[in-house]
Design a protein around this ligand. Structure first.
Ligand code: SF4
Length: 352
């Protein structure tokens, strides 16, 4: 059976040092034996290339961790393996997540030559004291320089920011949004700081903003940022959306490669939950898939497609009784602005 297109996510679980809020699967330097890690990534690429056939790969996303740490020569081997085992069309979106302290103009230029055309930069804050507080290893100036170089190179550029750190108010976030507007980005992500138990922040008794203040900051972001929200934490011009993430939110197929990666494979008509690094490969029932599609689709402004499997698990009476939180239109269900503020609760009620 001919298999469908799959996107590819490659995880690089290594960082220069660990940020104080971070609960992602990543280890601080000393960095690994890059040749060994590259070999294991290439082995996984070959495995999926043989299992699925030479399928179309419309997007590749290198995430982490800090994939901008991978040496150029190793990155070249990974890109060559991808091209050997899959069809990477012209115009494929190839994204690299980057920490400003780990990449310079020459390295970025070399990566662009390899085919990288989108850079997602972890900026987080625009004030050096705040960056230090978060445990970041770069300055705001480093971040600005990287963003500007990438934009000058003609790459599609995104930047990640964090809001809701101790001391944040609607005024401070409004100010940050206005500063972000001056950068000229067409895509950015603003994530609320959540305190995870097993992180340095989780062990400190931080004076965090209250829930209502956090909600007001979230509302201020859409009021003051000059990019429209298209997902709970993502803002972009229409033609700058992250195609890789949109495919995931829409319930599309993608392969997860590397330790800590996760994927959703469609093989001979059966969906599988898959994890990278030689992990599990489990079939998913229609009900499990439908719930996943609701969990991810409802995070987007255009919502979740009402396919039959999704309709089967939705409590339509609850939906009809709560138009202030959810609406149905054009065979899609989506959260209203009020619904997005309490999305987890809405989803819990929405699913039968
Ligand atoms: S750079 Fe990103 S993945 Fe690495 S420790 Fe910091 S937040 Fe976590």
């Amino acid at each position: 059976m001919k298999q469908c297109a799959h996107n590819i996510y490659i995880h690089v679980p290594f960082c220069k040092s660990k940020c104080k809020y971070c609960a992602f699967f990543s280890r601080p330097c000393p960095c690994p034996d890059w040749d060994r890690y590259t070999e294991s990534i290439c082995d996984e690429i070959a495995y999926f290339g043989q299992k699925l056939g030479k399928v179309l790969v419309p997007t590749v996303f290198f995430g982490g961790g800090t994939p901008s740490l991978v040496p150029q020569v190793n990155m070249l081997r990974i890109i060559s393996a991808l091209k050997k085992y899959f069809i990477i069309p012209d115009g494929a979106e190839i994204t690299l997540e980057a920490n400003p302290a780990t990449i310079d103009k020459d390295k970025l230029s070399a990566l662009q030559q390899m085919g990288f055309n989108r850079l997602s930069v972890g900026v987080q804050r625009l004030d050096d004291n705040e960056l230090q507080f978060l445990g970041r290893t770069h300055t705001a100036r480093d971040a600005f320089e990287l963003l500007n170089v990438a934009m000058d190179f003609g790459m599609r550029v995104s930047a990640d920011f964090i809001y809701g750190i101790p001391g944040d108010t609607v005024e401070s976030i409004t100010k940050m949004c206005k500063q972000i507007n001056t950068i000229g980005l067409t895509h950015c992500s603003l994530y609320e700081l959540t305190i995870e138990k097993d992180t340095p922040f989780g062990k400190m008794n931080l004076d965090m903003p209250k829930n209502e203040e956090m909600a007001n900051m979230y509302l201020a972001i859409s009021d003051y940022l000059n990019l429209p929200r298209y997902e709970v934490s993502n803002y972009a011009l229409f033609d700058s959306h992250c195609r890789h993430n949109e495919n995931i939110w829409d319930g599309g197929a993608y392969i997860g490669i590397g330790q800590g990666a996760a994927g959703r494979i469609l093989l001979d008509g059966v969906w599988y939950e898959q994890s990278g690094g030689g992990g599990m490969f489990n079939p998913l029932s229609d009900g499990q898939r439908a719930i996943e599609k609701i969990l991810t689709g409802m995070r987007t402004v255009c919502g979740c497609r009402l396919t039959q499997d999704v309709k089967n698990v939705i409590d339509i009476d609850w939906v009809n009784a709560h138009p202030e939180y959810v609406q149905v239109s054009d065979n899609r269900i989506y959260a209203t602005a009020r619904g997005l503020l309490i999305l987890d609760n809405v989803i819990t009620k929405l699913v039968k």
